[in-house]
Design a binder for this molecule. Structure first.
Ligand code: NAP
Length: 287
C-alpha cells in the first residue's frame, strides 16, 4: 500500500486495454480503489479481474465517453459506490493516420474530436462539481507529443492533441486555489493497439525507426505526475529536444522531425532502441 494512494478513488477512462489498463493496474498496485470505463464490456471485465487480483476494490462501468447519458451514469455509479473521486484519468481516445488531402481527413478530425476531446471535456465537467465539493482532486488528461509538435500524416490526431493540451492549460488556471490539480501527459509513440490498423508505409515518417514506449512506462509517469502535482509531463525526456527546437522556431522543429526519420539520429536521441512500433505490435495477437 502506497500512503499517497491507499483507498483513494481513481477513475480511468479507456481502461479496457493499452495505456488505460496499465494506469488502472498501476494505481491498484498502490492500494487505490479503481473505477474503469470503456465501451467494450468483455475486455473491461478482464481488466476488472486483473485489478481485483491485485487486492484492489474495483468498479467496472461500460461507458462510451461520447454519450452524455453514459458519462452521467459513470460518475453517478462512482459516487454511489465510493462516495468521491480523487483522481480522474481522461485517457479514452482514438487516433487516425492520414494526409490532409485524404478523402477521410475531415471525418477523422471529427471522430477523434468526439472521442478524445469532447469525451474528455464531458467527463471532466461532470467530475468537477464533485471535486470542488471535496475541495480536492486531480484531473489527468492524456495528450501526446503530437499535442506540442505535429508530424506529417498525423494532422487529425495532432489537432485534437493540441486541443487537449490547451483545454488542460486553461482548466488548470481556472481551478487554481480550489485544491484541484490538473496534469497533462504527452507520451511519444507507445506500443498499444491505437495504430494497429494503420498501414506501416503510411505512418508519420519520424515513426519509421522509433521504438515505442511501453504502456507501463506511461502509467508510471501518470502515477508520478499525480503524486508530485506535475502540470505537464513529456516522455521520454529526450522528446523535449524536439519541443525545444519547435519553441525556438518551426523551421528547427521541422528539421528535427525530418532528422528523426534517419536511424542514427533517432538512435542518438534515444528514440530508436531496436524494435519499431509495427514489429512490436504485430508480435502480439490482435485484440
Ligand atoms: N499509443 C500511442 O502511441 C499514444 C501516444 C500518446 C498518447 N496516446 C493516447 O493514450 C490514450 C490511450 O490510447 P492507447 O494508446 O492505450 O490506445 P488503445 O489501446 O487503442 O486504447 C484506447 C482506449 O480508449 C477506449 N476508447 C476509445 N474510444 C472510446 C469511447 N468513445 N468511449 C470510451 N472509451 C473509448 C478504448 O476502449 P473501447 O474500444 O473498449 O471503448 C481503449 O480502452 C489515447 O487518448 C491516445 O491518444 C497514445
Amino acid at each position: 500500500m502506497d500512503s499517497c494512494f491507499g483507498s483513494k478513488v481513481v477513475v480511468v477512462t479507456g481502461a479496457s486495454r493499452g495505456i488505460g489498463r496499465s494506469i488502472a493496474l498501476a494505481f491498484a498496485r498502490r492500494g487505490a480503489h479503481i473505477v474503469i470505463a470503456a465501451r467494450t464490456a468483455d475486455r473491461l471485465a478482464e481488466v476488472q479481474d486483473e485489478v481485483r487480483a491485485l487486492g484492489a476494490k474495483v468498479l467496472s462501468v461500460p461507458t462510451d465517453v461520447t454519450s452524455p447519458n453514459a458519462v452521467s451514469a459513470l460518475l453517478a455509479s462512482t459516487v454511489d459506490r465510493f462516495g468521491r473521486i480523487d483522481v480522474l484519468v481522461n485517457n479514452a481516445g482514438i487516433g487516425k493516420v492520414g494526409r490532409t488531402e485524404s478523402a477521410t481527413f475531415d471525418d477523422d478530425v471529427l471522430q477523434t474530436m468526439r472521442a478524445s476531446l469532447f469525451g474528455m471535456i464531458d467527463v471532466t465537467r461532470a467530475a468537477l462539481p464533485i471535486m470542488r465539493g471535496q475541495g480536492s482532486g486531480t484531473v489527468v488528461n492524456m495528450s501526446s507529443v503530437m499535442g506540442r509538435k505535429a508530424f506529417a500524416q498525423f494532422g487529425s490526431y495532432a489537432i485534437v492533441m493540441h486541443a487537449v493540451s490547451a483545454f488542460s492549460d486553461s482548466l488548470r488556471q481556472e481551478v487554481a486555489g480550489s485544491g484541484i490539480q490538473v496534469s497533462v501527459i504527452h507520451p511519444a509513440l507507445t506500443a498499444t493497439d491505437l495504430l494497429r490498423d494503420a498501414d506501416e508505409a503510411a505512418m508519420p515518417p519520424p515513426f519509421r525507426h522509433m521504438t515505442p514506449l511501453s504502456s507501463d512506462d506511461v502509467a508510471h509517469a501518470v502515477v508520478i505526475a499525480v503524486r508530485r502535482g506535475k502540470r505537464r509531463v513529456v516522455l521520454p525526456r529526450t522528446a523535449n529536444m524536439l519541443l525545444l527546437g519547435e519553441a525556438f522556431s518551426p523551421r528547427l522543429g521541422d528539421l528535427i522531425a525530418t532528422a528523426l526519420t534517419k536511424r542514427p539520429v533517432a538512435r542518438m536521441l534515444g528514440m530508436s532502441r531496436g524494435t519499431t512500433y509495427h514489429e512490436t505490435i504485430l508480435s502480439h495477437p490482435a485484440p
